[in-house]
Design a protein around this ligand. Structure first.
Ligand code: S2G
Ligand code: ZN
Length: 466
């Protein structure tokens, strides 16, 4: 929709940044004005496609001078509305900054522009017989700049940590238009505050990432995947302890029986085993030799005998391992058509059974008519709570009903010393609830940091801190 405000934002860009690629095509405004969330209507003034960091810096200086709000946009796979432009902002897309700048075989580091797709980084690392370990369902379209801005986690955090733990160098254009170079790829650097860790996870509110240097690691050992039918939440904790204390786990994921039925119907997958059960565990572990496989089977036998596991399968090939992973990784895509209302919650691992029981009770009492699916990264305390929208309920009504229960969900999370956002970020959708996980003093401290790097509040305004 055209407005004078939009015109006043567009004119300076066209006059002072003639080299900048700008689109006001309705289809581009629509596609680039949102992420994977569907609860807002995109309404951007324009989408710009800088080709290099100089263009980004010039744009930010101009935006500051003319108070033009900027929304950074990567692969647009975010799930908390962090890349939504619904208030006439200018979207800054990094689609034209997709170069792999350099690889250093001695340092085992890869320097890339922010628009490089996550999967391309994994593939490049594999070609060097190395490994980029951060992996999640949207890796085929998410961009590394967005992964860093949200500190993306995924399925291998248990072993390799989050995106934050892979970044050894960062170049950022902050809200003053200044280029800030962080850490330059050093392994050790005790020269004061590590500013890189302020920008990682700041959701585009402190600076625009224009280059990243990532550390690559050794390729993984041969591994095996097990999918286990687990009888209860306490049983899930037994299984986790039995395998985590004995094996070198790469991942320990879980899904509810309801999630299993949706992923099976969504991808037309066969039943993975005869037994149907309230919960499933999907775990992956290093398995370099038959002794390790015997140890895994021994743990499996123990869990069968104590009743925590009712059935299970173990992969016999890489293809079968990939087939088993589909039961976990295919969930998100399978339920998209139900416009799920997502909560992405985390507690310490030891808290999970009690927390999940309390949450499930709350969900059943407050959402008696809704279907709630549970899945996530049990091995790092991250639970994904997805409430499916009833087919006959308008999206706005559904969002408002789910939103009314958020205070109870987040109060319960606070009681368990958890976080209202484990890996998807605060963005727009969780902004109003930030105080359930951060004290007022903390929020003031973050505002102080924001004032240093984005004094005019043009970087992703309304997101994270509001
Ligand atoms: C997962 C992906 C997004 C979602 O599957 O681990 O982080 O919540 C999620 O479906
Ligand atoms: Zn996740």
């Amino acid at each position: 929709m055209y407005t004078e405000q939009k015109d006043n934002r567009l004119k300076p860009l066209k006059i002072h940044c003639p080299e900048l690629e700008i689109s006001t095509e309705p289809a581009v405004l629509e596609s680039h004005g949102c992420d994977w969330t569907r609860f807002r209507t995109p309404d951007a003034t324009a989408v710009v496609f800088p080709h290099n960091s100089d263009e980004v810096a010039k744009l930010v200086v101009l935006a500051r001078a003319h108070q033009i709000p900027l929304v950074p946009s990567g692969g647009r796979t975010g799930l908390s509305g962090g890349a939504i432009a619904d208030a006439g902002e200018v979207v800054v897309s990094f689609d034209r900054m997709r170069r792999i700048i350099g690889f250093n075989p001695v340092d085992r580091t890869l320097t890339v522009e922010p628009g490089v797709v996550t999967q391309a980084i994994q593939d490049y690392a594999n070609q060097q017989n190395l490994y980029y370990p951060v992996s999640f369902a949207s890796e085929g379209s998410s961009q590394i700049g967005g992964n860093i801005a949200t500190n993306a986690g995924g399925i291998r955090v248990l072993r390799y940590g989050l995106t934050r733990d892979q970044v050894v160098g960062l170049k950022v254009i902050d809200g003053r238009g200044e280029l800030i170079e962080c850490n330059s790829g050093l392994v050790k650097n005790a020269s004061g505050y590590d500013l890189r860790h302020l920008f990682i996870g700041s959701e585009g509110t402190l600076g625009l990432i224009v280059e990243a240097t990532l550390r690559l690691t050794d390729p993984p050992q041969p591994s095996r995947v097990m999918l286990l039918a687990v009888s209860s939440l306490d049983g899930m904790m037994t299984v986790f302890r039995q395998f985590n204390d004995a094996m070198n786990l790469t991942a320990f994921e879980f899904l509810s029986g309801a999630a299993m039925s949706y992923v099976r119907s969504g991808h037309d997958l066969p039943a993975p085993m005869d037994t149907e059960t309230p919960y499933y565990a999907l775990l992956e572990f290093d398995c370099p030799d038959t002794d390790t496989e015997d140890l895994a089977l021994q743990r499996f036998e123990f869990c069968l005998e104590d009743g925590s596991v009712l059935d299970g399968v173990i992969s016999q090939s890489e293809a079968q391992a990939a087939d088993l992973w589909r039961y976990r990784e295919g969930i998100s895509e399978a339920i998209t058509k139900y416009t799920p209302y997502k909560n992405d919650l985390s507690v310490r691992i030891s808290e999970i059974p009690g927390y999940l029981r309390d949450l499930d009770e709350l969900a059943q009492s407050r959402y008696p008519d809704f279907e709630v699916l549970w899945y996530g990264h049990f091995g790092d305390g991250n639970l994904h709570m997805n409430i499916l929208k009833p087919a006959d309920m308008p999206v706005e009504e559904f969002e408002s009903v789910c939103g009314r229960v958020n205070p109870d969900v987040f109060e319960l999370t606070r009681e368990h010393n958890g976080s209202i956002s484990a890996e998807h970020g605060i963005g727009l959708l969780k902004q109003a609830y930030l105080s359930y996980s951060r004290s007022e003093q903390d929020i003031e401290r973050m505002r102080g940091i924001k004032a240093v790097f984005d004094p005019a509040n043009i970087l992703n305004p309304g997101k994270l801190l509001g």
